[in-house]
Design a protein around this ligand. Structure first.
Ligand SMILES: O=c1ccn([C@H]2C[C@H](O)[C@@H](COP(=O)(O)OP(=O)(O)OP(=O)(O)O)O2)c(=O)[nH]1
Ligand SMILES: [Mg+2]
Length: 153
């Protein structure tokens, strides 16, 4: 396991009191659940998308890292609550509030309660590319085949 110390700012004084500070739910958890730092419950009608504040900002600072905001499987599978941007990518130089775009892709109304865990944050390694422009690539066994070129079995 790699551990990393991240700077975090608490932007809402309910974080750490009535709304728990994010934590890894188990020793093996990859994600930290992000909670809806709302003033009041938010009703999401089918098809609606709302940007939900988390009350937190992080500064990853290290360009070899990023954070991803991913849906929670229970909310997504059972209630159709996923992310309006499908996946959120947090740049290492972003210092603003972590925001979660919640999309009700289901066909029933869903109420997001104050402090509810709406998504999860995963820290991931990043490699920035230096592009070397070439005329041709060394041959590979796949070549230009894609989009099902290897068949369906
Ligand atoms: O779910 C998300 C996605 C992004 N962000 C923040 C962090 C990220 O670093 C910044 C910009 O995100 P992105 O680059 O994906 O959005 P953009 O539409 O390209 O905006 P920008 O022009 O600011 O880069 O917005 C969030 O808080 N939540
Ligand atoms: Mg961008």
């Amino acid at each position: 396991m790699t551990k990393k110390t991240l700077q975090v700012r608490i932007l809402d004084d309910r974080i750490g009191t009535s709304i728990p500070f994010p934590e890894y739910a188990t020793e093996g958890s990859a994600g930290l659940d992000l909670r809806a730092c709302l003033k009041e419950p938010l009703v999401l009608e089918p098809g609606q998308t709302q940007l939900i504040p988390t009350g937190l900002s992080i500064h990853i600072a290290d360009p070899s890292l990023a954070a991803m905001i991913l849906p929670r499987s229970g909310l997504g599978h059972k209630h159709g609550i996923v992310l309006g941007n499908l996946v959120g990518l947090i740049d290492s130089d972003y210092q603003g509030e972590l925001m979660v775009s919640c999309w009700n892709r289901g066909n029933t109304t869903f109420t997001v309660n104050v402090g509810e865990r709406v998504a999860q944050l995963v820290l991931v390694p990043v490699v920035q590319a230096d592009f070397e422009v070439v005329d041709e690539f060394d041959a590979s066994s796949r070549g230009e085949g894609g989009f099902g070129s290897t068949g369906s079995h």
